[in-house]
Design a binder for this molecule. Structure first.
Ligand code: CP
Length: 323
């Protein structure tokens, strides 16, 4: 595997799930695979879970790990070609990438969407530059449009906690005071479409996800109706993806104070089928979800985060096997 962005990069999803559950039983089973191999994890944005779980996964496989926080101690990087570099950015990504690549065997990238230029973000410009100029396998640790390590961990969590063969899984938009990227909902939708689940997306009008990720998934604009009979509720905020209104890409469409009835609470959970609550974290309480729901017995947010180590171990293992 030379690049990990999309669910299709893993091949047979059932096999990947089996491998994940096998690794979860013995996470050091492949501890020799990464001997004398180095993973470089490059963060253009903040992280808690991705940073720790991906480092742990690399260590499970016996790898050396280097972490670079681009905005804390490194030279500020210019990412666009043709720019006269007379500002605060001292180094261009096109020199920095091959230099970074010379110290490692595998590169993980976290680089969020700028939410200003839809074409730039949806072309995965920064990630693809690493693919093109590093000559090394590259994997997404949340890029402009996707967060596949999260979606894989989410799928593992659903597999472990489902009580019927084909559960109903609902992705619900929830309010947030800041403009957030679509990477998590994009990947969650893409992975749920590939999995054997009954998948429904609910959000206010204007937040339609890009069809590249939403596929044929049913969209239900009435959140209460969407929640009826659901086995899993996956909450997330995202800004306008600009599908039906390109000029509004990256914007919050209504004042969040007017959208608080979308906050996931016992009112909505009461119509589910004993629904389990999921969120990728970090989460803003009483904005995305109420305290009682996230703290309740049906909240999966902690096991979901713990499964990030497992999804990253599978992905790094597949990459190491392809070197
Ligand atoms: N869910 C997730 O990616 O968390 P971090 O932003 O803390 O890495």
């Amino acid at each position: 595997m030379k690049s990990f962005l999309n669910v299709s990069d893993l091949g047979d999803l059932n096999k990947a799930l089996e491998e994940a559950l096998e690794i979860k039983k013995d996470r050091y089973k492949y501890a020799e695979l990464g001997r004398h191999k180095t993973a470089l994890l490059v963060f253009f944005n903040n992280s808690l879970r991705t940073r720790l779980s991906t480092q742990k996964a690399a260590q499970n496989l016996g790898m050396n790990v280097i972490v670079l926080d681009v905005n804390a101690g490194a030279w500020k990087l210019e990412t666009e070609r043709g720019v006269v570099m007379d500002g605060d950015k001292s180094e261009h990504l096109l020199e920095a990438i091959p230099v970074m690549a010379s110290y490692c065997d595998v590169i993980g990238i976290r680089s969020f969407a700028g939410l200003k230029d839809r074409d730039y973000d949806y072309a995965e410009t920064v990630y693809e530059q690493f693919v093109k100029y590093s000559g090394k396998p590259v994997f997404a640790m949340e890029t402009a449009t996707v967060h596949p390590l999260q979606a894989f961990a989410d799928l593992i969590t659903i597999e472990e906690h489902k009580s019927c063969r084909r559960p109903k899984v609902v992705l619900t938009w929830a309010p947030h005071p800041k403009s957030l990227p679509q990477a998590v909902p994009n990947s969650f939708a893409q992975w749920m479409n590939a999995a054997d689940v009954d998948f429904v997306i609910t959000h206010p009008k204007g937040y339609e996800l890009d069809p590249k990720f939403a596929g044929e998934a049913r969209v239900e604009y009435d959140q209460m109706k969407a929640f009826e009979g659901a086995d899993f509720i996956y909450a997330k905020n995202w800004s306008c993806p600009g599908v039906t209104c390109p000029e509004k890409y990256g914007l919050i469409l209504e004042d969040y104070h007017d959208m608080l009835d979308w906050t996931v609470s016992q009112r909505q959970m009461a119509v589910t089928h004993g629904g389990k609550f999921m969120h990728c974290l970090p989460v803003r309480r009483n904005m995305i979800v109420t305290d009682d729901v996230i703290e309740g017995a049906d909240s999966l947010v902690i096991p979901e985060a713990a499964n990030r180590e497992i999804s990253a171990t599978v992905v790094l293992k597949r990459i190491l096997e392809s070197l």
